[in-house]
Design a protein around this ligand. Structure first.
Ligand code: HEC
Ligand code: HEC
Ligand code: HEC
Ligand code: HEC
Ligand code: HEC
Length: 277
């Protein structure tokens, strides 16, 4: 049975369907196919999810040179946008490659090793939450539940003990998908203790150099200062070891390296005093 409706009233039907919520034009919630530039991605997605765009704008990615925009992670092709962005390779190629401490501290962690072994068997169409993946990759932790502000969970100042408090809750959320809260609390407490010991070593070296600057010239103290710069990187290694749960970074590239730096700085300065005498 087919009822013929007067065509003249087409616009009327359309408005009624709109009012009662039957989709007449599906464009607003059906994903398009084809290639787009970042400007188009933002304009369209701003309508459905303004928070996502706002979060991205608040992140360091909106201020990198060149800019880390939608296409940098998702590619131009809409059909593959989500699954491709979730893979570690998306992040690693920009974050210094496999040898960069940021990446290497992750690949030497248990998570990184599991990921390497299992990534081919994962279904990358699954959202990054609810333990959809057995081991977390870069985006599982840093873009958990599609949070586009990667800076929200990163502290600004490594030397500032209080800075960790600002990011702690944000950082924990992802861990709790897979680990018990008590385990994570204990782990973070130990991590902060380890970092604080690292900071003490850096502070000691700094004050030694400062005290000696009354007696010695900038030229004489240059080797000690150069070693202090290395110390900052080694403190970052401790931080990355704690952040990415890599024992190699906490121990091998972190604390023993800091101890070596401090010994050398003491050696340089001791030698200056000896020569002066
Ligand atoms: C004309 C509008 C429009 C444009 C342009 C557009 N999208 Fe989408 N996109 C949508 C809609 C609608 C959906 C489905 C609903 C949703 O997830 O918001 C979607 C879904 C997505 C998803 C989730 C897909 C999934 O499998 O869960 C991602 C990621 C995405 N878009 C990224 C992009 C990127 C990156 C660009 C630019 C290269 C882009 N979009 C351009 C409208 C658009
Ligand atoms: C640093 C890489 C990166 C950048 C830059 C980025 N995205 Fe994403 N985006 C991701 C990842 C990873 C996911 C998958 C998150 C998940 O599965 O929970 C995602 C998910 C999405 C989704 C699906 C949201 C949902 O709730 O499932 C949309 C839509 C989207 N991105 C749009 C954009 C747009 C538009 C831009 C540009 C403003 C952009 N993204 C920039 C990495 C990025
Ligand atoms: C197009 C290059 C590019 C891509 C792709 C990219 N990043 Fe970045 N990201 C950068 C740059 C550049 C910075 C700023 C300098 C830095 O911290 O290394 C940055 C910063 C960050 C920061 C530190 C934010 C802060 O406030 O200090 C995190 C965390 C991060 N990115 C995670 C990711 C993750 C996770 C992915 C993959 C989903 C990703 N990035 C993909 C280039 C990129
Ligand atoms: C298990 C979760 C997890 C995974 C997986 C992970 N990260 Fe991190 N990442 C962290 C935490 C936690 C921090 C430290 C946050 C803080 O306390 O400041 C961090 C710190 C960082 C920083 C800041 C470094 C700095 O010196 O400021 C960058 C950049 C980063 N991660 C990128 C990556 C990249 C790229 C990958 C993948 C190769 C990755 N992360 C994998 C949790 C993770
Ligand atoms: C998607 C699930 C998942 C997430 C999210 C996750 N982990 Fe894990 N984690 C695992 C798995 C699986 C293992 C390996 C367990 C095993 O078999 O020993 C593991 C191992 C570890 C280990 C090594 C334990 C050991 O005995 O060597 C530490 C430490 C750890 N995770 C800390 C964290 C922290 C901190 C976070 C959040 C920043 C986090 N994990 C997020 C799944 C996850």
């Amino acid at each position: 049975m087919f009822i013929r409706l007067p065509r003249k009233l087409f616009l009327f039907y359309v408005s009624v369907f709109y009012l009662i919520g039957i989709p007449v034009h599906a464009e607003n919630n059906t994903a398009p196919t084809g290639s787009f530039k970042s400007k188009a991605c933002m304009e369209c997605h701003k309508k459905n999810n303004p928070l996502l765009i706002k979060d991205w704008r608040s992140s360091a990615h909106a201020n990198t040179q060149p800019i880390t925009d939608c296409v940098a992670c998702h590619g131009k092709l809409h059909q593959a946008a989500a699954s491709s962005s979730r893979r570690d390779s998306t992040c690693i190629r920009c974050h210094g490659g496999k040898k960069d401490p940021v990446v290497h501290s992750y690949t030497t962690s248990k998570h990184g090793v599991l990921m390497q072994l299992e990534k081919r068997s994962y279904d990358w169409n699954q959202p990054l939450a609810d333990a959809n993946y057995r081991a977390p990759g870069c985006s599982y932790c840093h873009m958990h539940k599609a949070g586009h502000n990667v800076s929200a969970g990163i502290r600004d100042d490594l030397m500032d003990k209080a800075a960790e408090k600002k990011v702690r809750e944000q950082t924990r959320i992802a861990c709790l998908d897979c680990h018990a809260p008590r385990y994570i609390t204990r782990l973070f407490e130990n991590g902060e203790r380890m970092l604080e010991i690292g900071r003490k070593k850096v502070r000691e070296a700094r004050s030694l150099i400062e005290q000696s600057s009354v007696t010695f010239s900038d030229d004489e103290l240059a080797p000690a200062r150069a070693q202090l710069v290395k110390m900052q990187q080694h403190l970052t290694n401790v931080y990355l070891g704690v952040a990415h749960q890599s024992p190699d970074y906490q121990w091998w590239h972190g604390h023993p390296a800091l101890d070596g730096d401090l010994l050398r700085i003491k050696g340089f300065i001791g030698e200056l005093y000896r020569i002066k005498k």
